[in-house]
Write a protein that binds this ligand. Structure first.
Ligand SMILES: *[C@@H]1O[C@H](CO)[C@@H](O)[C@H](O)[C@H]1NC(C)=O
Ligand SMILES: *[C@@H]1O[C@H](CO)[C@@H](O)[C@H](O)[C@H]1NC(C)=O
Ligand SMILES: *[C@@H]1O[C@H](CO)[C@@H](O)[C@H](O)[C@H]1NC(C)=O
Ligand SMILES: *[C@@H]1O[C@H](CO)[C@@H](O)[C@H](O)[C@H]1NC(C)=O
Ligand SMILES: *[C@@H]1O[C@H](CO)[C@@H](O)[C@H](O)[C@H]1NC(C)=O
Length: 135
């Protein structure tokens, strides 16, 4: 399957999905995982992202913050909900199964620096989650 290694210029960008959704869509309406790669129509992906975002904000509003220790704040990065993460650690989650062409066997990560800030990517001029392994 060579197509899933096609490099995208926007890899890792928060708006990464904007480039992904331009892909040719499969006919079926639901996310479908074929050989570990997600195939999902653009409209369905958009719908799922909105639902995930809402779910994330509800979770962030309802869960109490940690009572001790320094951590990076939970956040929605545009694709994924990331939990409060202790400083100096990296949170890892399986690549989301609602983004077209993502490989669900791979991991996405987000690094919490020692000073309580999320890793800041100079190229994108912003905090950044690592989705490079996802596609
Ligand atoms: C983290 O969240 C707390 C509580 O909501 C807030 O007071 C603090 O400013 C946030 N820190 C950062 C770095 O955004
Ligand atoms: C994904 O991360 C988990 C730990 O969270 C690790 O056990 C697993 O080997 C990782 N998978 C890949 C493909 O890197
Ligand atoms: C945290 O450290 C990083 C890397 O040293 C730096 O870029 C960032 O500005 C720091 N954040 C704060 C809030 O000081
Ligand atoms: C980076 O982002 C900050 C805040 O959004 C902005 O003030 C600054 O001009 C940006 N820098 C570059 C190089 O785009
Ligand atoms: C992103 O994750 C990959 C795989 O773990 C790693 O090789 C790469 O250095 C990471 N990129 C950044 C900018 O941290």
């Amino acid at each position: 399957m060579c197509f899933r290694r096609t490099p995208y210029l926007a890899v890792g960008l928060l708006l990464h999905w904007a480039s992904v959704i331009g892909q040719t869509e499969p006919e079926q309406d639901l996310p479908h995982v074929h050989e570990n790669v997600v195939l999902i129509p653009r409209a369905k992906q958009f719908e799922l992202l909105q639902a995930k975002e809402q779910e994330c904000y509800e979770k962030m509003a309802s869960e109490p913050p940690p009572t001790e220790g320094a951590y990076c704040n939970r956040t929605w990065d545009g694709l994924f909900c990331w939990p409060n993460t202790p400083v100096g650690t990296t949170t890892i989650q399986s690549c989301p199964n609602y983004i077209n062409m993502f490989d669900v066997r791979e991991n996405a990560s987000r690094e919490c620096l020692q000073n309580g800030s999320w890793f800041y990517h100079p190229v994108y001029n912003g905090t950044w989650s690592n989705y490079t392994q996802c596609n």
